[in-house]
Design a protein around this ligand. Structure first.
Ligand SMILES: Cc1cc2nc3c(=O)[nH]c(=O)nc-3n(C[C@H](O)[C@H](O)[C@H](O)COP(=O)(O)O)c2cc1C
Length: 394
């Protein structure tokens, strides 16, 4: 990934297009295998954080033998600092619904769900109207597909795809063991595609304009565009669609306030990058890259020199302690101990060397926690403590 990549704004996602009916009817005429190939050649990777190749996910689910299959749009959007999915759903819902229906055609599903974050309840009435209009059109073109909204209840863990499935099935939102993956054993035990809202909108773009248009944007291993939720110490907070692969230096040049000391990329579960590393850090998925590659679900928080990085870490650890589902010990106990630990060091009740012990605890959590929640606490913890150690100590 080149570090001299220029920051380039793009406008695919919110472009005001009222042609979803045309896109839907023409795409449904194409063969599932052809559509899978289109997605695979676009190299679209999931925008929910993990970056799994979307074409492969649809292919694997299409190959499962089952009369019943499902497509679920993950609109839980719980990562701190991320607020792009709600914009997509309020501004261009029919693009998302179209991609869900095309996914249904590809994998052989007649039913889709939108798992909507509890705090986004206010989006429900308008979304229902869009679904009604969408289903009406599906009937007109004789395509058997329906979509329902499932309201979440405000738990961060329910954004994790298998905890989401548990919650939809009426149980506590706790992650399942993987394998089997949702593509084999998903909602009600049936093969299921779970895709982020933004991933589905990109699929719409690809079906409308062709894979090449998407592939030609971005850089190797990180193709296409991404929506970024920009917040913190910036004169320009908001949502921006940008090409993947930009350097953090270019990003800060565009969005910083002239005094940016660090950027948290990827929310509380992401990484903190200090000013001295901006030049070497590029935003994109991991691959054989030079420099630091930073995957993100889209949360970009800027901090200037008025901010205490101890307070930032304290805040993230409060969040993780509160949101850990408690199912596995490394995460349940680890989050609490990290929070108590940094407070004790800050008060002077523990020596500075205790931070190294806490770092080893995060490594253990990374290796032993059951899901991405506990595994990713190490990201922000180690990147903040390594780069701003002096702010952790009294
Ligand atoms: C703790 C945790 C929370 C998550 N929250 C979300 C979320 O709010 N939205 C989302 O799309 N994916 C979230 N994910 C990722 C999902 O498990 C899953 O990878 C994603 O929905 C797959 O869609 P994609 O392939 O389109 O990215 C979360 C993962 C973890 C571990």
């Amino acid at each position: 990934m080149s570090n001299s990549h220029q920051l380039k704004r793009v406008d695919f996602i919110f472009r005001n297009e009222n042609d979803w009916k045309k896109v839907l009817s023409s795409t449904l005429k194409r063969k599932p295998a052809e559509l899978i190939n289109e997605l695979i050649s676009s190299e679209l990777k999931g925008r929910g954080g993990a970056g799994f190749p979307t074409g492969l996910k649809w292919k694997l689910t299409s190959e499962e033998k089952s009369e019943e299959k499902y497509i679920i749009c993950n609109a839980d959007e719980g990562e701190p600092g991320t607020f792009k999915d709600r914009e997509i759903l309020s501004k261009v819902p029919c693009k998302v619904l179209t991609a869900m229906a095309v996914c249904g055609h590809v994998i052989g599903a007649k039913k889709g769900f939108i798992y909507l974050r509890g705090e986004y309840k206010y989006l429900e009435p308008e979304l229902k109207k869009a679904i009604d209009e969408f289903e009406y059109y599906c009937k007109e073109i004789d395509f058997d597909f329906s979509i329902s909204i499932f309201m979440g209840s405000g738990a961060y863990i329910c954004g994790e795809e298998t905890a989401l499935l548990e919650s939809m099935e009426g149980r506590r939102g706790e992650p399942r063991n993987k394998p089997p993956f949702p593509s084999q054993h998903g909602y009600l035990g049936k093969p299921t595609v779970v895709n982020n809202v933004e991933t589905l909108v990109h699929a719409f773009t690809i079906f409308k304009y062709g894979a090449k248009k998407f592939y030609d944007l971005g850089v190797q291993y990180s193709r296409g565009t991404k929506l970024f939720s920009v917040s913190g110490d910036t004169p320009k907070p908001g949502i921006y669609e940008l090409e993947l692969g930009m350097s953090l230096q270019d990003f800060v040049y565009e969005f910083g306030d002239g005094d940016t000391k660090a950027v948290q990329v990827g929310g509380a579960s992401g990484f903190l990058v200090p000013r001295k590393k901006f030049k070497d850090a590029a935003i994109g998925f991991k691959g054989k890259l030079t420099g630091i590659s930073l995957p993100t679900g889209g949360s970009m928080m800027l901090f200037n020199s008025s901010r205490s990085m101890f307070n930032v870490l304290d805040n993230y650890l409060e969040f993780f302690s509160e949101e850990s589902c408690g199912q596995c010990t490394p995460c349940r106990v680890g989050c609490q101990q990290l929070l108590l630990g940094i407070k004790a060091v800050k008060r002077g009740d523990k020596p500075a060397a205790y931070l190294d012990k806490l770092m080893r605890l995060t490594e253990t959590m990374q290796l032993t926690a059951k899901c991405g929640l506990g595994q990713s606490v190490a990201n922000s913890f180690s990147s903040i403590v390594e780069n701003f150690r002096e702010e952790m100590i009294y």
